[in-house]
Ligand binder design. Structure first.
Ligand SMILES: *Cc1c(COP(=O)(O)O)cnc(C)c1O
Length: 452
């Protein structure tokens, strides 16, 4: 029995998989936030390169990965598929547990799978600089790394509280050459206006997005980049699942159930979409696919399916998704990457159509599972990833109770080496569980745009 199932470099898939080609019903189009009419692709040109816009609206099943992107993927890909033998033993489960280990990338998560591709398409079209926002800093560090490899400048608006409280993510971004500004900043109209009203404003992801978009839209040589939610981001992440399928072929296995944490949906979509292809085409009709989210921000399990803005400042197109409302500010849980009010429209549609399922957990039970994982498998995973670990532990225990030998797969989306303050709090018994904030959600949902 192998512990690690590895592919050779020349076995890295050379195409991404576009699930739009196989969906039972097509995703609803994004809408222009002013006119509420379907967005024309050209309207995105002020902030995105055509290469990515074409992928955003593509219905082609497979899309070639450029040679230059594959060359860079080789720094850390193919990533190992690991068998969690020691966790299985600890749980006394007859189930087999596998995880795709994305924490081996230089920034420590799945995010460079898309950051590298996005930097490449911007470079090809002559863009000199890319802007983005970052909360805890995972996306910012992935983009800082990727832009460096293509000699692009990178400007990152980092939510001010994180900038002050999490200096190490800032330092890694600066080591790769990015400029990092605490947001709200004096560099944009949005930022200046907010600071005039409230000089002590701690910032939010919504404000940082608005600053990054304004910066890109007002500079000819500059584009904006988003680390999750959009179709092209999910597309780039399918490298994860396509590799995993090859790895399962090598050991003559196929998963019965797949879990992944969902913040915007990119790491989980990346792992599960190539398997859902088989489910949709009748090859594995009984495959279960389950998103895992925090009870403090339960988008898929408690949100409503509607058109909403992607940011607080209403600059983004309207997306049809499960949403808790763009005005919703989730409680300050430690899985920063899961504190988003919406989710990727494609993943939402598949959930709505019953192809995928979702569950939600509290953060203490999630950290308990992460500590068990660290003590058995060794890796200290990101608080986001820990949500998937918790769901897998529960599934494995169910298998023990029923005597089922299921094959369980999950995406181990990143390591937690920058999140040790959260582990510290958990270990000291100081971590708080937040009940589902029903009043906050109700209030936020009153601000949904009225779309016919
Ligand atoms: C950003 C992040 C997530 C959440 O984002 P998705 O787009 O849902 O994947 C999950 N895990 C890790 C390690 C992250 O950095």
């Amino acid at each position: 029995m192998e512990k690690k199932i590895n592919l050779r470099e020349d076995e890295i898939p050379t195409q991404w998989y576009n699930i739009v080609a196989d969906m039972p019903s097509p995703p609803d189009p994004p809408l222009n936030p002013q006119t509420l009419e379907p967005l024309k692709p050209e309207e995105l040109r002020a902030i995105f390169p055509m290469g990515l816009i074409r992928q955003e609206v593509s219905t082609q099943r497979f899309i070639d990965i450029p040679k230059e992107v594959l060359e860079i993927y080789k720094i850390w890909r193919p990533t190992p598929l690991m068998r969690a033998t020691r966790l299985e033993k600890a749980l006394k489960t007859p189930a087999e547990i596998y995880y795709k280990w994305e924490g081996v990338s230089p920034p420590g998560s799945h995010k460079p799978n898309t950051a590298v591709a996005q930097a490449y398409y911007n470079m090809v079209e002559g863009i000199q600089r890319i802007t983005t926002e970052t909360g805890a800093g995972q996306w910012g560090s992935a983009l800082a790394f990727a832009t460096r490899l293509f000699d692009l400048y990178c400007t990152i608006y980092m939510v001010k509280v994180s900038y002050n409280q999490k200096p190490y993510r800032r330092v890694i971004m600066e080591t790769w050459g990015a400029e990092v500004y605490p947001s709200p900043s004096e560099r944009t109209n949005v930022g200046r206006n907010i600071l005039k009203e409230d000089p002590e404003c701690p910032g939010s992801l919504g404000i940082a997005i608005s600053e990054a978009i304004e910066d890109a839209a007002t500079h000819e040589d500059t584009n904006y980049s988003l680390g999750s939610v959009l179709n092209h981001v999910l597309l780039h992440q399918t490298i994860v699942g396509l590799e995993a399928k090859k790895q399962f072929e090598l050991i003559d296995r196929y998963p019965d159930v797949i879990y992944g944490c969902v913040g915007g949906g990119s790491n989980f979509a990346g792992l599960c979409f190539p398997f859902i292809m088989d489910k949709l085409r009748g090859k594995k009709p009984d495959l279960r696919v389950v998103s895992v989210e925090p009870l403090a921000c339960p988008t898929l399990t408690k949100g409503i399916y509607a058109y909403d803005y992607g940011d607080t400042a209403k600059l983004t197109p309207l997306l049809k998704m499960y949403t808790l409302g763009h005005m919703f500010v989730p409680p300050p849980i430690h899985a920063g990457g899961l504190r988003y009010h919406g989710d990727a429209p494609i993943l939402c549609k598949l959930t709505k159509d019953g192809v995928m399922d979702a569950v939600a957990y509290h953060q203490n039970e999630v950290f308990e599972a992460a500590v068990l994982f660290a003590k058995t498998e060794g890796f200290v995973v990101a608080p986001e990833t820990a949500h998937a670990v918790k769901a897998v532990v529960d599934e494995a225990i169910k298998c023990r109770e029923k005597g089922e030998r299921k094959i369980i797969l999950f995406n181990c989306s990143g390591h937690g080496h920058f999140d040790l303050a959260a582990y510290d709090q958990y270990l000291k018994g100081k971590l708080e569980d937040y009940e589902y904030p029903i009043e906050l959600v109700k209030k936020a949902l009153q601000h949904l745009p009225k779309v016919k």
